[in-house]
Every structure is written in C-alpha cells, then in structure tokens.
Write a protein that binds this ligand. Sequence first.
Ligand code: C5P
Length: 280
Amino acid sequence: MTDSEIAFAKINLALHVRRRRDDGYHELETIFAFARHGDRVSALGGPPRLTIEGPFADVLRGEDPEDNLVMRAARGLYRLADAGSPPAIHLDKRLPVAAGIGGGSADAAAVLRLLCRRLGLSIETPEVMALAADLGADVPACLMSRSVRGDARGDILRPIDGSGLSDIPLLLVNPGVPLSTGPVFKAWDGTDRGPLASGDPLEAALAGRNDLEPPALQLCPVIGEVIALLAAQPGCTLARMSGSGATCFALFESADQRDAASEAAFAEHPGWWRLASSLR
Ligand code: C5P
C-alpha cells in the first residue's frame, strides 16, 4: 500500500463570478480540471507533526505548521473517524504558494485521500465531503481531482464528461508574484457577465472567461504579459489565468508545442516558474 499521494495542481478552465454573497463568498460557475503533477504528501510514523521540504518549502517556513490546512485536514478526519491521533505528515512543496492552482487546498485534499485509504473510508462519504468543504471552497473539487463542474462557492460539484479533456498537453506559468485569493475577489467589480455554458466542457471553457483576471491584473499587471506570451505560442488553443492567479495555464495541440512554448517562456523570462504537464 502506497503511503503517499500527489496533490494534483488545480486549474480553473473557466471561472465565472456571478454575485457577491452575504457570507463574504461569491457565487461561482467553474470548470475544475487537474494536472498530472503536483505537491506530494506522505504519511510517516511518529506523533502528528508536519515537515515540509521542496522548492517552495521556504515560503511556508514562517507559518505555524499546526495551522497548516494539511494538519487541520488530518486532525479533522481522525476526529471524525474517532481514530485517535493522525500520523506525522511530510509535504514536498513543488508548486508555488498563493498561486491560484490549489496549493493548500490540494495538499489538504491529498491528505484526506491518503488518510481515508488508511482508515478504510470512502472519500465520497458525506461527512468527509463536508469536512473538505469546511477546510476551503476548493477542497471538495481537489478531493475528487478529476474534471468537474463547480457551482455555489465552487463546492457544489457536478461530474462532467471529462473524456475530451484528459491528456490535453498543459503548461503552467507563474511570474513569481504571490497573490492571495481574498483581495482578488474583493477587487472584482460586481458585474455579472453571464453564465458558463453547460454541455461539452472544452467548448464551454473556450467560450468562457475567468472573471478574476481583470481584478488580478490590477493587483499584479505582469499576469497580462504571461497570458500574452502563452497565447502567442504555436499550437496554443487556450491561454488564461487559473483561479485568483497569478498562475496562468495554456492548453496545446501537441506535447511538442507545449515543450517549445515552455522553452520560449524560459528564454524570455528565466525567472518565471513553469510546469509542463497534461490534464488528468
Ligand atoms: O474557502 P477558501 O478559504 O479557500 O477561500 C479563500 C477566500 O477566497 C475566501 O476568504 C473569500 O475571500 C474568497 N472566495 C470567495 N468566493 C468563493 C471562494 C473563495 O469570495 N466562492
């Protein structure tokens, strides 16, 4: 039995913001998809504690590991299952933090998958799904980690036929500027620009938008450069920001074109973070 899980990077292929709610959240319509790559979480022996390494570990060093969403997920699940203390968790932080690609939500969801397996629980148990939603609006989608449509806070999920999305070559690029989710939603102008189409998810995504792009661009103008560079690459079928940014994604007709685009991004901006992957 493997004792680790990949926290697959989350991409919002489209994200329509419809209205501000009284609870401070926003009503969304989104298509979640997931990359084949991500952070890795592992369960270790010993008392519950979190250790972090990897290229983006330093960003989290100043924070109390006990408050990390990963440990809150582990403790919450063991409490729910009345299973005593959770194990120690090791997090290999390979994805940029505060980047619009799941981050802490994907890590917490991966820990829930890992520990549900240990405890013999299904991730689709209503109590597990409710715990996931409590941890964050994106955690239920990250728990599924397959293409899914999200409504309400992004936590009411409807399966979609993701067969047309699977294996599409994907490039993620982040300009190295952290962007917190809350301020981006706060800067949204409140204009409802209309629903996200239903039906074929790729067609809906292509016809859709990310309504958080304009407010994110205000806070972090370099996002415009990232999208323009990706959109100009041969074979790019869609270039857009994911979630609240600042990571942008591009879909490509072929893996070779994706790799060439990654090289082109590196040539112009060697400091930008890149991940060549494909949709799950
Ligand atoms: O649920 P989570 O803690 O991941 O959300 C982070 C922040 O993103 C919230 O505090 C809120 O400001 C914003 N948000 C929102 N509407 C959503 C999801 C998130 O306003 N549907």
